[in-house]
Design a protein around this ligand. Structure first.
Ligand SMILES: C=C(O[C@@H]1C=C(C(=O)O)C=C[C@H]1O)C(=O)O
Ligand SMILES: NC(=O)CC[C@H](N)C(=O)O
Length: 773
């Protein structure tokens, strides 16, 4: 009989680095299983009888304080376990603080908090530091412990901070098998004190167990019922089978480099404001592909608002309310896509057909079980707003090729007609126009738009409140944001009609002013979104060998005549504050990715300076791959469902919340007046061939048009003359903007950074941030 594999019980205090710690355990403890529970899942008295199943416990980091019962949960009781149930325990950060506190240490605030900072750690070379060389360790803490007066605590490592003096970095209990570190061994930038220290813990833990005659009880059904499947674990996906015969893609490839993406949209009738329209545009380097939906009256629209137990499934003729039943909207959409598998498209392009649209910020916070701060209103707007694209045009800006494709049966006639239409448009444009698309024409007259900016003093005071939370150890970073509202009331402007779309004109202006690799024009009534985002969130390639890639941006600098690349490199990559901000999000994203795909997660790029039209920014890249080709073998993963699962587990984007994500989202709700809605969510596609690509909804503006309703009508039913009212209807647009607040943030600089981001879109409305702001 093979020996029982080691089992670690990992107690999570709602942190955003927990799966990184789980991955470190798996690295250090061969073949171990890691069972993760939350610190409030079970009380110690009910846990005791299960402890014999485990070889050791790892107590993770977390927000808050070890002396607040809601923050620390069962962890504080672990240190007082009676001898009969004793087992080795390793604590990290909050874990160390709790251990020390229970044995009489004093808990203090650091004078200068350390969030994402690397410190040289000194140690005595024994115990968990045996054989360990120099340690550079990443720290995420506001609190620390002082051991004077504590009983049984032995200091094993410390650091000498300029501002805080000597700070305890590791300790052990002198008789019980408890060890703990204040720094983060699982952080990607910790050197020397990560795996090395974990290996030592495991060695000491085994020694202690064998010298005390402790053996781990073989796992059985009793424990299974409580602790379930160990990590790495992928949520079971709905069992709906893939369709037997997948849809096939027909493609025509043309070479017409002269035809821009907006040209193609105009050929397709984007000017009819009442019809839905979607384009995901790569409007600047390094973007390559533009995806344009050629929607028909049969195109299926899927919309859902959080809290509803149904989705709306609509096309040009009807609108059905479909009960989610036992599904949530995520698994419902997985089933939806399983029935629509597509094969046979061109391998040169990422999209063959599939869902295109956006997911709101609140959809993500809902998955974290933070309820949305919904202002009670009559009209609920979609949090999921997608259209299933069957006919599409892909433009490759690198080669100039255009791909016309359809996944509808017997659609060759449409393909040929579309090819002719585009070729003839290209001939006409090259003959008559030097600038192909109808140029942007309706720059809003400044006096016709009312701009309500966030209040400067209020925003600054919220930055200070955010910092208070950071000083108290509640969060390591908070991405604070605010909305700007623009109302356009221009009776002289052309009205929306079946031949004129004001929002399309604005989009064209936006792509000129702020060309971005992740731009989008999404007219999915009632929502219209114009995006010029510089931030890709998640992309996953088509199976087999799917790679999941997340690219967080954190650290932004306004461009200016004297800000050369060298200056930006110095100010961003050379800044401890900016790198710390980025590192925190990298660690958080590694955790999100590990949670979904398992162990194979790597940081491929760390803090590279990228240039955008209006700002410089620091970008990192994290890649993951699922274990054992799960996405290839299991039929339900083959359609990109695992990519969808990575997305579900990673929303809202960590770069838009801060870390730890759940607590940060809760704090932000108290600091921001309203929902973020479309802003801070993601937009993009899920290709029915299995790939996907989602960008962060920033540097964008959106509006809702509540004349569109789904309950009574289909979203597109208003395609009649009565729809366009005789009186002029004002347009109400929202632009969200913000930035990461850390303990080192200066309110004036943060306000300025928020304005720089806002300005990149505000100019579309002929408005500018007034002087003095
Ligand atoms: C909050 C915004 O952007 C986010 C914050 C960034 C930062 O703090 O540097 C950079 C990109 C985004 O993740 C925004 O554009 O509104
Ligand atoms: N990373 C952590 O566990 C942080 C612990 C505690 N909240 C602090 O800030 O000190």
């Amino acid at each position: 009989m093979s020996p029982e594999p080691p089992r670690i019980l990992l107690v999570d205090s709602y942190d955003s680095f927990t799966y990184n710690l789980a991955a470190l355990c798996r690295q250090a403890i061969p073949n171990c299983y890691v069972h993760i529970i939350k610190n409030d899942d079970i009380e110690l008295k009910n846990l005791l009888c299960y402890l014999p199943y485990f070889s050791g416990i790892v107590v993770g980091p977390g927000p808050g304080s070890p002396d607040i019962p809601e923050d620390i949960g069962l962890v504080k009781d672990l240190w007082k376990i009676d001898d009969a149930h004793l087992l080795p325990i390793f604590g990290v950060c909050l874990g160390l603080q709790s251990l020390a506190l229970e044995y009489g240490a004093n808990l203090r605030r650091l004078s200068v908090v350390k969030h994402g900072h690397v410190s040289a750690v000194e140690h005595n070379g024994t115990d968990i530091f045996k054989g360990v060389g120099p340690v550079d360790a990443v720290r995420y803490h506001s609190l620390h412990v002082e051991l004077s007066g504590a009983k049984n605590m032995e200091e094993l490592a410390w650091t000498l901070d300029e501002e805080n003096g000597r700070v305890v970095m590791a300790l052990r209990h002198d008789t019980r098998p408890f060890w703990a570190v204040q720094y983060h061994p699982e952080s990607v930038l910790t050197r020397g004190g990560g795996i090395e220290v974990m290996l030592n813990f495991w060695r000491l833990a085994r020694n202690w167990s064998s010298s005390h005659g402790r053996v781990t009880r073989p796992w059985d059904q009793n424990a299974d019922a409580i602790f379930g499947v160990p990590w790495p674990y992928v949520r079971p996906l709905p069992s709906t089978p893939c369709i037997d015969t997948p849809l096939s893609t027909s493609t025509i490839k043309l070479n017409i480099p002269g035809l821009s993406a907006p040209d193609i949209c105009e050929v397709l009738g984007v000017d009819d404001d009442s019809s839905p329209f979607v384009m995901l545009e790569s409007a600047a380097h390094p973007g390559q592909f533009t995806i344009i939906g050629c929607l028909t009256s049969a195109s299926l629209r899927v919309t859902h608002s959080i809290g509803d137990s149904f989705v709306h499934l609509a096309n040009g003729e009807s609108c059905d309310q479909i009960d989610l039943g036992s599904h949530d909207v995520w698994s419902w959409l997985t089933s939806f896509m399983n029935k629509r598998k597509v094969t046979g498209g061109s391998s040169e392009i990422p999209f063959w057909g599939g869902l295109v649209g956006y997911l709101s910020y609140e959809l993500g916070t809902d998955s974290l079980r933070v309820s949305a701060n919904r202002v009670c209103s009559q009209t609920r707007h979609p949090d999921v707003n997608l259209v299933f694209v069957e006919r599409s045009i892909i433009r490759d800006s690198t080669s100039g090729h255009i791909y016309i494709q359809s996944i509808m049966e017997d659609d060759d006639e449409w393909l040929t007609e579309m090819a002719e239409q585009l070729q003839s448009a290209a001939r006409n444009y090259s003959t008559y126009s030097s600038y192909n698309t109808t140029p942007y024409s309706t720059k809003a007259r400044p006096n016709t738009s009312t701009v309500i900016l966030p209040d400067r003093d209020l925003y600054r005071s919220r930055i200070n409140l955010a910092k208070e939370h950071l000083f108290a150890g509640e969060s390591y970073e908070l991405c604070l944001t605010a909305n700007t509202r623009i109302t356009i009331n221009d009776p002289l402007a052309s009205k929306a009609s079946s031949t004129y779309s004001p929002s399309w004109q604005r989009y064209k202006h936006l792509r000129e002013l702020n060309p971005a690799p992740h731009a989008a024009y999404l007219r999915l009534h009632p929502t219209t979104l114009l995006a010029s985002s510089p931030e890709r969130f998640l992309s996953y390639s088509r199976p087999p060998d799917t790679t999941y890639k997340l690219c967080p941006v954190k650290g932004t600098m306004r461009k200016g005549p004297r800000i050369t690349r060298a200056v930006a490199e110095q100010a961003l990559r050379g800044s401890r504050k900016e790198v710390a901000e980025n590192l925190m999000i990298v660690d958080l994203i590694r955790h999100d990715m590990h949670g979904a795909v398992g162990e194979n997660v790597e940081v491929k790029q760390f803090c590279t300076v990228e240039e955008c039209k209006t700002v410089w920014q620091l970008v990192s890249v994290i890649e993951g791959q699922s274990a054992d080709g799960a996405d290839e073998t299991a039929s339900h993963y083959a359609n990109g469902a695992l990519g969808w699962e990575v997305l579900r587990r990673s929303l809202p984007p960590g770069s838009m919340t801060g870390a730890p994500k759940k607590r940060s989202v809760e704090i932000l709700q108290t600091l921001e007046d309203e929902e973020r809605n479309v802003y801070s969510g993601v937009f993009g596609y899920w290709c029915a061939g299995g790939g996907g690509d989602w960008s962060v909804t920033i540097r964008s503006c959106f509006k809702y048009d509540d004349r569109y309703e789904c309950d009574a009508h289909s979203w597109t039913k208003f395609n009649n003359p009565d729809f366009y009212p005789g009186v002029h209807e004002p347009e109400h647009w929202v632009i969200g903007a913000g930035g990461a607040i850390t303990a080192l943030s200066d309110p004036d600089a943060e306000w300025d950074e928020m304005l720089a981001k806002l300005q990149s879109v505000l100019r579309v409305f002929g408005a500018a941030v007034p002087r003095g702001h």
